[in-house]
Ligand binder design. Structure first.
Ligand code: NAD
Length: 490
């Protein structure tokens, strides 16, 4: 009998009201069951919300320093459980074990970061025009926070919501993606053991299409922190608007990378490869469109193709694997459809563009890393988010042309420019419409920097001080300190 992963409500591991269960299968070997879990329903979502609501009063009145100590302990416990969580993450999501370990370590670091920031939460006194009064600005937790995570990096994308929300004094109902619930259930179990009062951190499983509306619309919920597809984000925002709930949205991306003739090609090629092909291309902030200036285009294509050819794909636990499988059949079919659409519009596949036939890979959702050129701007490969290992490459002449192409997308998450001309790079950084622009640097999350999208890539920031402000309300208080009466009341 394998262990049944359960929901956590009011500090206890519980089975769902309905008794429904599901199995999670390994994307690298689809006939292998990774684990079984209890699947939540609307009833369970309501119970979890009630539990978070009832515990808000006590938790929100703890001091930031007390919360800080619990978060430091949570960071320690996560570090102690890193191999256990990383192992389940690779088995349910498909990414390589070193990638999973990095994700869990970053999550522990995020808890430590917000443990450090919690005691800095403070209001201020303001002198007002009328000297008989003064103002106070309070920073208060928002209330019950629903934290919704996707399947591509479920642990870190849950951690960047839980840690600042708890630091600010909010209580939480976490909702993992239905195909990657196990690592999140494990992480929430570990964080609860750090000394959180029962009910402060709850987690319910279940399909977003079934329990999402309850989680987002319930009157006891004040804030929704969501990461997922842009279309789902629009639905969440629309439901949340009925109650003017606080919403932060981390959505899709189609990050451009612009490489100028004077760039260091070795650095740029390394960055493009890691950024596009880690986690089998299923990263919101990976390079999804590569623009190379005409003087270096041929050399770049030749050199990057040689490197792509050497990427070993395979099971995430195999030492030689650099790239695991796609996460699901749906993802694989979507990628193949986007590539066929581009080929029908005249694109040519330079490398990859097919499923591997090697023995040992036929049981999983594997796909070759793919480089494709001559992609029409109207293709789905450009206009949609490509969440898989397919990299379209383009030639450009002038920097203006490259920036116009980079901005011709509904998304605005990340971007990068590669050049030795820092003036040019700074000008480009101010003209590219994206939440982040890296200059000669790699698309990688940084705890100290706010991360989030512009345009249809989202609303609000995660990580850094801004990530904490996401979970705080500002309230003003005016104090009549000298007992002065208002003239018209006399
Ligand atoms: P998704 O939108 O399908 O699902 C995300 C989460 O929302 C899941 O937990 C799902 O169960 C839940 N959900 C679905 N319908 C819901 C509803 N009606 N109400 C409430 N919740 C609902 O996204 P996905 O396929 O899991 O994740 C991949 C997407 O996430 C990609 O578009 C990727 O770019 C994006 N992403 C963005 C960032 C970022 O920081 N901007 C980071 C990682 C992933």
């Amino acid at each position: 009998m394998t262990e049944l992963y359960k929901l956590i409500i009011n500090g206890k591991q519980v089975e769902s009201e309905s008794g429904a269960t599901a199995q999670i299968n390994n994307p690298a070997r689809t006939n292998e069951v990774v684990g079984s879990l209890s699947v939540g329903s609307v009833e369970d979502a309501k119970k979890a919300i009630d539990s978070a609501y009832d515990s808000f009063g006590g938790w929100s009145e703890t001091t930031p320093r007390a919360r800080s100590q619990i978060l430091f302990r949570a960071a320690e416990l996560l570090a102690q459980s890193e191999s256990e969580i990383a192992e389940i993450l690779t088995r349910e999501q498909g990414k390589t074990y070193p990638e999973s370990l990095n994700e869990v370590r970053l999550s522990s670091a995020v808890f430590k970061y917000y443990a450090g920031l919690a005691p800095t939460i403070s209001g201020r006194k303001v002198d007002l025009t009328d000297p008989t009064e003064f103002g106070l600005v309070f920073k208060k937790p928002i209330g019950v926070t629903v934290a919704i995570a996707p399947w591509n990096s479920p642990v870190i994308l849950m951690a960047v919501k839980l840690a600042p929300a708890l630091a600010a004094g909010n209580t939480i109902v976490a909702k993992p993606a239905s195909s990657t619930p196990l690592a999140d259930l494990m992480m929430c179990g570990v964080v609860n053991k750090a000394g959180l009062p029962p009910g402060v951190l709850n987690i319910v499983t279940g399909k977003g299409s079934e329990i999402g509306e309850e989680l987002v619309s319930n009157k006891k919920v004040s804030k929704i922190a969501f990461t997922g597809e842009t279309e789902t984000g629009k639905t969440v925002m629309s439901i949340a608007s009925r109650g003017i709930k606080r919403v932060s949205l981390e959505l899709g991306g189609s990050d451009p990378m612009i490489v100028c003739d004077d760039a260091d090609l070795d650095l740029a090629i390394d960055a493009a490869l890691v950024s596009r092909f880690r986690n089998c291309g299923q990263v919101c902030m990976s390079v999804k469109r590569l623009y190379i200036q005409k003087g270096k285009y041929e050399a770049f294509v030749q050199r990057i193709t040689e490197r792509i050819r050497k990427i070993t794909i395979g099971d995430g636990f195999a030492k030689e694997s650099k790239m695991g499988p796609l996460h699901s059949k749906t993802q694989k079919q979507k990628i193949m459809g986007q590539l066929s659409d581009a080929v029908e519009k005249g694109a040519n596949v330079i490398y990859g563009g097919k499923e591997p036939t090697e023995s040992g890979l036929s049981q999983g959702y594997f796909y070759y890393p793919t480089l494709v050129a001559n992609v029409d701007q109207t293709s789905k490969l450009i206009q949609e988010e490509v969440f898989g290992p397919v990299l379209p490459i383009f030639k450009f002449s002038t920097i203006k042309e490259a920036i116009d192409l980079a901005n011709d997308s509904p998304y605005g998450l990340g971007s990068s420019i590669w050049t030795k001309d820092l003036d040019l790079a700074m000008t480009a950084a101010s003209k590219i419409i994206a939440g982040t622009t890296w200059i000669n640097s790699f698309h990688e999350p940084q705890i100290d920097l706010p991360f989030g999208g512009l345009k249809e890539s989202g609303l609000g920031k995660e990580m850094s001080i801004e990530g904490l402000e996401n979970y705080l309300e500002t309230k003003s208080v005016v104090v009549n300190s000298k007992g002065k009466k208002r003239a018209w009341l006399d």
